[in-house]
Design a protein around this ligand. Structure first.
Ligand code: 2IT
Length: 445
């Protein structure tokens, strides 16, 4: 495999799709050796077949706002790869959404979903519609219009969407309601559903809990534990709150949260009560970060800045892609950070990751660290198929086991001779082998 040649060809076909090209390059660089050692991959052109999605669906989403204006957004579903199961991955509703971002997310999902060891293919979708600042009725009308088109392409054995940025329980409810009406059947076609109508316990907090279970595994290798560690996180969305809750329960001190306008440094650390307060603000569609600093004594708001300038033991980006760059990485390294784990998808730029590797900071990529979210979606699908519900404890135990297995896979393929663990390589190789070998088994399809 010649990575530069493949990337040049891909860039010619998809000019300017920077996030997508970034995600593909990272994976190709990690799997180059294993690919070249196995000529059967080459002769089946596995790479060329893996880096392009099976199909890209783009549709128009017209809806009416509360003032009666007709609005139009773009809707997408990218069905990337179905070698090991139905397409599976979230929907992102955010003004920044475009084809490049959804293709990078769909591509990453291939390896992440394979790492869970569950039968989950890879997809991603969404819209440039942002629910922030919209009324419930507007969000409902948008979701209904979105599903009026999407329902033709999804199904419990073909494609199972879920949430991502901007899509949580409320949006999944409106989407599912419309799907059920159109289809005339309860098919469990989405995950992240409400508990009363087929959802799984732990799914809302699963990405965050799974990430902390993974961090515990990373620490255990160093004969260390999370208790007493200081942690910085970014964001306070679907993912960050689960991280904050679990880390706090385990005795770590989470000292930052952030939003688009700045971050809060709380030297005392978050507590269950503070997390509860933020969830209430979030539930009522209000800003979280600045009000937090006003509510709790000792917390400082830093306008227009990122949390990576705070001295911590562990940094956990939880917001969005490329949120931590080389300059941020240098600040973390300068302050003696020991570990960085991406909870957001592709949260660090390649230059930031180089910085961590050059300074022997232990780093793990989002596709391993945040796989607990989609894994628990897989557990939701299993419960739906059985028409059963597992207890909280049962789901949590399975999640813990899955995160342990993912870590084992990273060790198997990522441990260097000098003992350093290259989690990026480990995760990419493990996910690649599962999917590539499945594609080989099934012939040219
Ligand atoms: O990035 C992700 O893995 C998700 N947004 C969750 C996807 C899912 O299907 O639960």
């Amino acid at each position: 495999m010649n990575v530069d040649k493949i990337m040049n060809d891909l860039e010619k076909k998809h000019p300017g799709e920077v996030e997508y090209l970034q995600a593909v390059r990272e994976v190709l660089e990690s799997i180059e050796d294993i690919y070249n050692e196995n000529p059967q991959f080459r002769s089946a052109n596995i790479i060329e077949r893996l880096i392009e999605p099976d199909r890209v669906l783009i549709f128009k989403v017209p809806w009416t706002d509360d003032e009666g204006n007709v609005r139009v957004n773009l809707g997408y579903r990218i069905q990337f790869n179905c070698a090991i199961g139905p397409y599976k991955g979230g929907l992102r509703f955010h003004q920044s959404v475009n084809q490049s971002i959804l293709k990078f997310l769909g591509f990453e999902q291939i390896f992440k979903n394979a790492l869970t060891s569950l039968p989950l293919g890879a997809g991603k979708g969404g819209s440039d519609f942002s629910p922030k600042g919209k009324s419930n009725a507007e969000v409902m009308r948008f979701c209904q219009s979105f599903m009026l088109e999407l329902w033709k392409y999804i199904g419990p054995e073909t494609d199972v969407p879920a949430g991502d940025i901007g899509v949580s329980g409320r949006e999944i409810g409106y989407l599912y309601g419309m799907y059920k009406r159109l289809k005339g059947a309860h098919t469990g076609v989405l995950t992240g559903k409400g508990l009363n109508w087929g959802g799984s316990l732990i799914r809302p907090e699963a990405t965050g809990f799974g990430a902390i279970y993974f961090v515990q595994e990373m620490l255990a290798i160093k004969k260390d534990t999370i208790k007493g560690k200081t942690i910085s996180i970014s964001g306070f969305g679907n993912v960050a709150w689960g991280v904050a809750l679990k880390a706090t329960q385990l005795g770590a001190k989470v000292v930052t949260i952030s939003g688009p306008d700045g971050y809060v440094y709380d030297p005392e650390g978050l507590s269950d009560r503070k997390i509860e307060y933020m969830l209430e603000l979030r539930a009522s569609n209000q800003d979280i970060v600045r009000p937090y600093a006003e509510e709790f004594a000792g917390a400082e708001f830093h306008a227009g800045r990122k949390p990576w300038e705070v001295k911590v033991d562990i940094a956990l980006p939880c917001a969005t892609q490329n949120e931590l760059n080389a300059e941020d990485a240098k600040k973390l390294v300068g302050n003696g950070v020991m570990m960085v784990a991406e909870v957001s998808n592709m949260g660090c730029t390649p230059e930031a990751i180089d910085e961590f590797y050059a300074n022997e900071v232990i780093f793990a990529p989002g596709k391993a660290v945040n796989a607990g979210g989609v894994a628990t979606s897989g557990l939701e699908m299993a419960q739906n198929a059985m028409k059963m519900r597992w207890t909280r404890h049962e789901v949590d135990e399975r999640l813990l086991q899955i995160m342990h297995n993912i870590h084992e896979q990273c060790l198997k393929y990522g441990r260097r001779d000098d003992g350093f663990i290259d989690y990026v390589k480990g995760a990419n190789i493990s996910g690649f082998l599962t999917v590539a070998n499945s594609m080989l088994d099934m012939g040219i399809v």
